[in-house]
Structure formats: structure tokens, C-alpha cells
Write a protein that binds this ligand. Structure first.
Ligand SMILES: Cc1cc2nc3c(=O)[nH]c(=O)nc-3n(C[C@H](O)[C@H](O)[C@H](O)COP(=O)(O)OP(=O)(O)OC[C@H]3O[C@@H](n4cnc5c(N)ncnc54)[C@H](O)[C@@H]3O)c2cc1C
Length: 334
């Protein structure tokens, strides 16, 4: 990276899902603003899309970009990583950012390594935090050794590239009064015929990260059977089932349900923790939920320290009562 006094140029690679900008992009813009407030410099963003217009691209400015490079071309209707990478590498060679950030999503994971290889630089994947040291150097924080330690990584090669997990950083409030520059770019249309879209698969996987309501169970369930009860409550509330790590380790439920440090980070409106003690590793994944309800038979369980509502009791008595009450209220309304 250059001299601290020169400031930093950070490039956030925006991700589009259909017509919508994926929120991880706004989180990365928020973090980038925080960094340049410390080091000086500018936040750039780049977006590729077949139908994205200037109005949509200006959302990136409202969330923190000073400059947006807009590649609008029908070739970007197919997510062809070679084509995206080629254009991104070209842009990076022209603009010379010090730091390049993208989401640790399928998009970022597919694009990041290609771009890093072409720019002959390193890539720190799956970061959960980014900090600046006293010299203005970027420190990338990520779990290492199967999540047993948190590695603090400084990259020697430039630009510094990181992919960052969704929901670990805070987006800034949208500020429609922010102004910035939108620069339209012409796409190089290489490799177009290498990938052909034959249809879109509807993902069967659980998307716990975006769930608004999560009913999660822990070792206190005692067996895999307990998740059936949790599933009933979750479906009544229109939510999904989550889990702490022990039920996953014991094979009671699949890994994609796991919340926490080595699982998913969630920010639902409602998180009901059933038979979960509240270890730091679990709290890491759910502490930002809007409302936390804890059901635990041990009044001294640490989960009660973060809970908005705590129920001390046996979950096998409490949850059936909740289900009964919800059903009774629904039938009296309908
Ligand atoms: C590197 C590393 C990464 C980790 N990553 C994660 C992670 O991503 N997610 C995660 O969750 N953990 C993670 N862990 C594990 C973590 O340290 C804890 O061991 C784990 O969170 C404990 O899960 P638990 O709360 O379900 O179980 P316990 O701590 O055993 O708690 C069970 C709770 O259930 C209560 N209980 C028992 N019976 C009932 C009942 N009938 N009704 C009501 N309450 C009852 C008990 O009072 C107790 O509080 C990680 C650990 C390490 C070392």
C-alpha cells in the first residue's frame, strides 16, 4: 500500500441479484468509508449488469461510494466469471486501487481468485473483520485452523484483496443526499460463448442468513427428535430452524442450520434460543438479532444476559404451550 498520507483507494465490487444490489455490497461500502475516514482516500465501486441503470447505480453512492464504474451490457445477463474477471482486472489496472473488497458469496468466491491471480496478488478469503493498524495497513481477520483461532493477516502484495462474509459488517444508513460520480464503462466482450445459460436452478438449500425468524435448538434438546417440535413452532411463525454446534456435531441436524462462529451469522427480527447455553461462539452468530427469546432450564445460563425475554423452564413444556397459544389466537382471529 502507498504512503498513509496519500490515502487509500478502496474498490468495492458490487454484486447484483437480479435487479437488486446484494446487501453485502452496502456492508462493504460502510466498512470502506470507516477505513478512508481514518486513512484518507476514496471509495470506488464497480457494478456489472445487463439492465442496471444510473439510478440503481447511484444507490452505491448513497451507501458510501464516491465513484461508481458502471458496466451495463447484455453480456452480463449470464454470470460468466471469466468475462467479469477480465473487465474487473482491466479496470483495476487503470484505476490502481490499494484495496479490493467483495462479498464471500458464490459470486465473490468465484471472481476473487481469478482477479487475484491475474493481478499477481494475494487474496484473503472469508474475512470476518477488517481493521487498520497504526501505519494505515489493512489487517484482515479470518477464522483459521477449522475456526480454532482468529488469524490477523497483512498482505505483502498489492493490491490487497479480501472477500468478506455477509452480515459481519454494518451498512451505513442510506443517504440520498450523498453525491458522487458515475462513470459508464464499455465492456470487453471476451469469452462470451464459453458459458451458456440453460436454466436457473432453484436453490434447495436453507437460507438461514436472510431468515427473519429463527427457532434454534441446542444440546438441551437431548436428541434429534426435539427439532421436530422446533420445526412446528418455526413453521407456525413463518421462520426456519437454527442450531448450535453440538446438535450438528452429533448428526441431529445438517450443518447449514448452524449459527455461530463456525456456522452462519444471522440478524433475524426474532431469534428463539431453546436449550442453548449462550457460549461466545454461538453469540457471535446471533447477538445482533432484533429480539432474542431464550428458553433454558438453568436460570444462570449466559444466554439470559443477551436475551430480551427469558423463560426459565423445560423447553419440552414451554414450546408446546407456545404452539397451543399461537394456534388458539389464530383460530380466534380467523
Ligand atoms: C473454534 C470453535 C468454534 C465453535 N463454533 C460454534 C458455532 O458456530 N456455533 C455454536 O453454537 N457453537 C460453536 N462452538 C461450540 C461452543 O463453544 C459451545 O460448545 C456450544 O455453543 C454449546 O452449545 P449448546 O449451547 O447447544 O450446548 P450447552 O452449552 O451444553 O448448553 C445446553 C443448554 O441447554 C439447557 N437445557 C438442557 N436441557 C434443557 C431443557 N429440557 N429445557 C431447556 N433448557 C435445557 C442447559 O441448561 C444448557 O444451558 C465452537 C467452539 C469452538 C472451539
Amino acid at each position: 500500500m502507498g504512503d498513509k498520507a496519500q490515502g487509500r483507494k478502496i474498490l468495492v465490487v458490487a454484486e447484483l441479484r437480479g435487479e437488486t444490489i446484494h446487501p453485502v455490497t452496502f456492508e462493504l461500502l460502510g466498512k470502506s468509508r470507516e477505513i478512508v475516514e481514518h486513512t484518507g482516500g476514496e471509495v470506488y465501486s464497480v457494478v456489472f449488469g445487463s439492465s442496471i441503470d444510473k439510478a440503481k447505480a447511484s444507490e452505491l453512492i448513497h451507501y458510501g461510494a464516491d465513484r461508481v464504474f458502471l458496466f451495463k451490457d447484455p453480456v452480463f445477463s449470464v454470470l460468466n466469471p471469466m468475462l467479469y474477471a477480465y473487465n474487473l482486472v482491466k479496470l483495476c489496472r487503470e484505476e490502481k486501487p490499494d484495496i479490493i473488497l467483495m462479498g464471500a458469496t458464490c459470486f465473490g468466491r468465484s471472481l476473487g481468485p481469478r482477479v487475484a491471480a491475474a493481478l499477481k496478488t494475494g487474496l484473503t478469503a472469508d474475512c470476518i473483520d477488517l481493521r487498520i493498524d497504526e501505519n494505515g495497513e489493512l489487517i484482515q481477520v479470518r477464522p483459521a485452523f477449522v475456526g480454532n483461532i482468529l488469524a490477523h493477516i497483512k498482505t505483502k502484495t498489492k493490491p490487497v484483496m479480501s472477500t468478506v462474509r455477509y452480515r459481519v459488517m454494518k451498512a451505513r444508513e442510506k443517504d440520498e443526499s450523498r453525491s458522487g460520480l458515475i462513470i459508464e464503462k464499455t465492456a470487453e466482450k471476451l469469452f462470451q460463448d464459453r458459458i451458456r445459460l440453460v436454466g436457473e436452478a432453484v436453490p434447495k438449500r436453507l437460507n438461514i442468513t436472510d431468515a427473519e425468524i429463527i427457532v434454534a435448538g441446542g444440546r438441551g434438546l437431548g436428541s434429534a427428535e426435539g427439532f421436530k417440535l422446533l420445526g412446528e413452532l418455526a413453521s407456525l411463525l413463518g421462520g426456519v430452524v437454527g442450531s448450535s454446534r453440538p446438535p450438528v456435531d452429533d448428526g441431529w441436524i445438517r450443518k447449514e442450520h448452524q449459527v455461530g462462529y463456525s456456522g452462519s451469522i444471522v440478524k433475524p427480527r426474532l431469534y428463539i434460543a431453546c436449550g442453548i447455553s449462550g457460549s461466545p461462539q454461538h453469540l457471535f452468530g446471533m447477538k445482533d438479532a432484533e429480539t432474542i427469546v431464550a428458553i433454558n432450564s438453568d436460570p444462570s445460563a449466559p444466554i439470559f444476559r443477551v436475551a430480551d425475554y427469558g423463560i426459565v423452564g423445560d423447553l419440552y413444556q414451554v414450546i408446546p404451550l407456545m404452539i397451543k397459544e399461537i394456534k388458539a389466537r389464530r383460530s380466534s382471529v380467523g
